[in-house]
Design a protein around this ligand. Structure first.
Ligand SMILES: Cc1ncc(COP(=O)(O)O)c(C=O)c1O
Length: 375
């Protein structure tokens, strides 16, 4: 089958709308030209709309991890204590980065469970933390972490709050200013449905003041923010062909309206959970914390990861597997960006057929039937 026929339901990268693909076929432009400066200026303003904050923006030609690296390396040095709250792969990545650059204290919670806020508070009481990190939407487990509560605790202890919003910003209800987030991150291939390779940071005044001048040359936070603020440019050559595509994806977000987008994604996420429930499949994370941008499900008895191969080969439906100790036990469905109910129906048509072939017992049509209720 043709790649273009795929029903692409990964938790990122996600489906790219043809409108965005068309923009990428344009000829090259000089990155310091007035035309391109306008593209970057538009991106900055549209990113502020997406972040829903007037804080400064840094635009990086690098995937989400480059943004995480920039945040941690610029804000925290070897003598700075950083509390890393982890309950999944991406929270752990902040921990690994903090170990490399700073004095990391990791507070690990089981995957699929929210952090215990009393434990977080008790750790912070020990004092002297310059920062707290949290992955708001743990893509690895399909769990949305309680960011407002963690933000309040960080504020109480005067610590910088660094939040990975790579699969939440532009897809879930996020209030950076209200939650006191000093640095938040987004990644182009997730909630925007743009090509992979770009990340951006929303940076508070305090984060600018407290970042180090000489922590990194290429990923220098102050240089990026200042150049963006004053000149609508990036310090170095950006990924030129990707940026018009990013702008288009941001324009599509603005045209839909941030709140409308969040509402639509919420319905898709809820419909996914209703569908799997109807098929007798359990969620991996605690239901109350289940994410609307990515749902993670436990394979039912007798079904293994060959499910995803059959789904792909026979039905052209691509869903995500899992990592680390839950690899082979969990599959994930992303409903970000321009994902539609038609995509979700096609996805569950394939899922039902595959489950039937693999011997799972369920009422045929129950999954797709449950989705119709949300359309
Ligand atoms: C929540 C979260 N953080 C960080 C990353 C890493 O981003 P990237 O793979 O773009 O470097 C991902 C990617 O899946 C993610 O979902």
């Amino acid at each position: 089958m043709d790649l273009e026929d795929n029903v692409f339901m990964l938790p990122g990268p996600v489906k790219i709308h043809p409108r965005i693909l068309r923009v990428m076929s344009k000829p090259s432009v000089a990155h310091r030209s007035p035309e391109f400066t306008e593209v970057i200026g538009d991106i900055r303003d549209l990113l502020k709309y997406m972040f829903d904050s007037d804080n400064d923006v840094a635009l990086i030609s690098g995937s989400g991890t480059a943004g995480m690296d920039m945040a941690i390396s610029n804000l925290f040095g070897k003598d700075d204590k950083v509390l890393n709250i982890t309950n999944g792969k991406f929270g752990e990545r902040f921990g690994e980065l903090s170990e490399m650059y700073s004095n990391s204290v990791a507070l690990d919670f089981p995957w699929g469970k929210p952090p215990n806020l009393e434990d977080v508070a008790a750790e912070l009481e020990k004092g002297d933390f310059k920062g707290v990190t949290l992955c708001h939407n743990e893509t690895s487990t399909g769990l949305t972490n309680p960011a407002p509560e963690i933000g309040a605790l960080a504020k109480k202890h005067d610590a910088l709050f660094v939040m990975d919003g790579i699969t939440s910003i532009g897809g879930l209800d996020v209030k950076l200013d209200e939650w006191g987030v000093d640095v938040a991150l987004m990644g182009s291939q997730k909630c925007l449905g743009a090509p992979a390779g770009i990340s951006a940071l929303s940076v508070s005044e305090r984060a600018m003041e407290e970042s180090y001048d000489d922590a990194s040359y290429y990923l220098n936070l102050k240089k990026h923010v200042t150049k963006m603020r004053e000149k609508s440019q990036t310090p170095w050559t950006p990924a030129v062909p990707l940026l018009p595509a990013l702008r288009e994806s941001l324009l599509m977000l603005k045209e839909e309206g941030l709140l409308n987008r969040i509402g639509r994604i919420a319905k898709l996420g809820q419909a996914t959970r209703a569908a799997v429930k109807a098929l007798g499949i359990d969620l991996f994370p605690e239901r109350e914390y289940a994410s609307n941008t990515v749902n993670a499900m436990l394979y039912p008895e007798g079904i293994d990861d060959s499910f995803r191969d059959i789904l792909k080969k026979k039905h052209n439906v691509i869903v995500g597997g899992a990592q680390a100790h839950i690899k082979g036990k969990v599959f994930r469905i992303g409903t970000m960006g321009v994902c539609t109910f038609t995509d979700l129906m096609a996805c569950f048509g394939g899922i039902e057929s595959t489950l039937k072939e693999m011997g799972h017992e369920f009422e045929e049509g129950a999954g797709t039937g449950a989705i119709v209720e949300y359309m």
